[in-house]
Design a protein around this ligand. Structure first.
Ligand SMILES: NC(=O)C1=CN([C@@H]2O[C@H](COP(=O)(O)OP(=O)(O)OC[C@H]3O[C@@H](n4cnc5c(N)ncnc54)[C@H](OP(=O)(O)O)[C@@H]3O)[C@@H](O)[C@H]2O)[C@@H](O)CC1
Ligand SMILES: [K+]
Length: 486
């Protein structure tokens, strides 16, 4: 059993691949072995979460997820705990494995009840796993709501019930959970839906058990990439070794966004950082950050630079984009640059042609910007974040960073997308997106390939928030850019 953290690197498999893997694993083992192992793993984790529990409520569904629950109840009873099982559906319709585990729970002397116990210290959610096909109703919906409302810890078996294991979306009517009360133990494969969209909150802390089956050769749907390797710097190096970043943005009244991106690029290790402001009346120097070289955006020669374009750029950036596309050695497009592209078919074609030429390019949309670029609604983007990121990458031939809970980084090539596990709600504050764009710019300027630059910077950005001292002042975009609390 392995706890999944932001440092874990692993393959993720969708439901279809998981089914193939389960079939192969099951065929290679004596009947009922996988469910017995799964139930034992659930029981062990339940005992670790609630070692002094007097009552453990086990809610079991009509399929094999429910079977895992029956098996866990049997194992808990064998160890002196008092599980109370409530189950949904017709016993006669249970799949064979689940039927056998139900019998084992009965033989172990587990208590069965028609309604949940009024007091319990832990709920085990074994209602639905990867076979969830429609919104829960009736008793199932009531029980999920009770788990949600009670505030007691919930241990989800394989997948939080009602969560789509491929996309991380919750079925209609299922309340979003509080991650701090949640643990999920998932079997055989790690599923992408546990790590993006609503999955992070629904699953909480994720544990993985391969049920003794080892690794699989199936093509992964996505990956979690873990902590990036440090990029050592030669002693005999100079500012030219780490490249130039040129931030282009900061229209009238929005200089802050461009300066934040510039500061992030600087602290991200760029050799030199220019900030090309679009506001003609902007000050000639930022006295708080004199390292930043402020210029008129129109005068910058981008041919040997990484441009970070769009932060606080307003509509004025649109007319600069054709030159930026054709001249920048490497490019990060954010915020207003993305909005300008979304509104202009010619710019879209020019971006796609840059992508085709192989010039390193990263786009960093949040879900609304992604929706505009794809001409869809935000709901449609969030309904399948992996597909949306892959779609953007393929359409424009760029690396696409779809921000949000479980940021997705997709490349236009064959590599499976990455779901980033670092970061937390501290990042939900103005300007953190500008900081991310600057950090990606610094990595590109140092020569990292676009996909690596994006995923490494995304991880670092989240990691700074994860390791922000609890007793420090709240994280702001400015302190995030400097990577130092005040
Ligand atoms: N086989 C093994 O040894 C192993 C199995 N494992 C475990 O099996 C799980 C997969 O089992 P599964 O395929 O039976 O799917 P599961 O998630 O239990 O649900 C299917 C049932 O729910 C029903 N249903 C769906 N939605 C519903 C709703 N809203 N409200 C009410 N009912 C609803 C659906 O009905 P139907 O849609 O067919 O009408 C069907 O009856 C997997 O997640 C893992 O926990 C692993 O431990 C490895 C070892
Ligand atoms: K479940």
């Amino acid at each position: 059993m392995q706890r999944i953290t932001s440092a874990t690197a692993a393959d993720l498999f969708d439901i279809a691949a998981t089914r193939r893997i389960e079939q192969a694993a099951s065929a290679a083992l004596p009947a009922h072995t996988l469910m017995r192992r799964a139930g034992l793993a659930v029981a062990k984790l339940a005992m670790a979460i609630a070692p002094h529990a007097r009552t453990i409520w086990v809610a079991c569904g009509p399929g094999n997820n429910g079977g895992d629950g029956f098996e866990a109840a049997a194992q808990l009873r064998h160890r002196g705990f008092f599980p109370v099982v409530t189950s949904i559906g017709d016993e006669g319709m249970l799949p064979p494995d689940a039927k056998a585990s139900l019998q084992r729970a009965r033989d172990a002397g587990v208590t069965f009840a028609s309604t949940p116990p009024s007091d319990y210290e832990l709920a085990i959610d074994a209602l639905l796993g990867i076979g969830s096909t429609r919104p829960p109703e009736g008793a199932m919906a009531d029980w999920l709501e009770k788990m949600h409302a009670s505030g007691q810890p919930v241990l989800c078996v394989d997948v939080p019930s009602g969560l789509n294991a491929d996309t991380g979306t919750l079925a209609q009517g299922v309340s979003p959970a509080q991650a701090s009360t949640r643990t999920c133990i998932t079997f055989l494969t790690l599923k992408p839906g546990l790590f993006t969209a609503q999955g992070r909150d629904a699953a909480g802390t994720v544990w993985f058990d391969d049920l003794g089956c080892g690794a699989f050769k199936d093509q992964p749907t996505a990956r979690i990439a873990g902590a990036p390797e440090a990029q050592p710097r030669n002693h005999a190096s100079h500012k030219g070794s780490y490249g130039d970043v040129a931030v282009i943005g900061g229209a009238s009244g929005m200089a802050g966004a461009a300066l934040l991106a510039g500061s992030a690029a600087l602290h991200g290790g760029a050799g030199r950082v220019f900030v090309g402001l679009l506001d003609p009346s902007a000050a000639p120097v930022d006295t708080a950050r004199p390292e930043l070289m402020l210029r008129d955006a129109r005068t910058l020669d981008l041919s040997s630079m990484t441009a970070v374009c769009g932060c606080g750029a307003g509509e004025a950036v649109g007319e600069l984009l054709p030159a930026v596309f054709s001249s920048a050695a490497a490019l990060v497009l954010d915020a207003d640059a993305l909005n300008a592209i979304a509104a202009d078919g010619v710019l879209q074609a020019q971006l796609a042609s840059r992508g085709k030429s192989g010039s390193p390019t990263v786009i960093t949309p949040h879900p609304l910007e992604a929706a505009r670029l794809l001409d869809r609604s935000v709901g449609e983007v969030q309904a399948d974040r992996l597909a949306a990121a892959r779609g953007l990458a393929a359409r424009f031939g760029v690396v696409a960073v779809l921000k949000g809970s479980g940021t997705v980084v997709a490349s236009p090539g064959e590599a499976p997308p990455i779901i980033n596990l670092s970061g937390n709600a501290r990042l939900a504050t103005a300007g953190t997106g500008d900081v991310l764009a600057g950090m990606i710019g610094a990595a590109l300027a140092a020569g990292r390939p676009a996909f690596e630059a994006a995923r490494e910077a995304v991880w670092q950005h989240g990691h700074i928030a994860d390791t922000w001292p609890a007793d420090a002042a709240p994280l702001t975009a400015g302190t995030l850019a400097r990577r130092a609390p005040v």
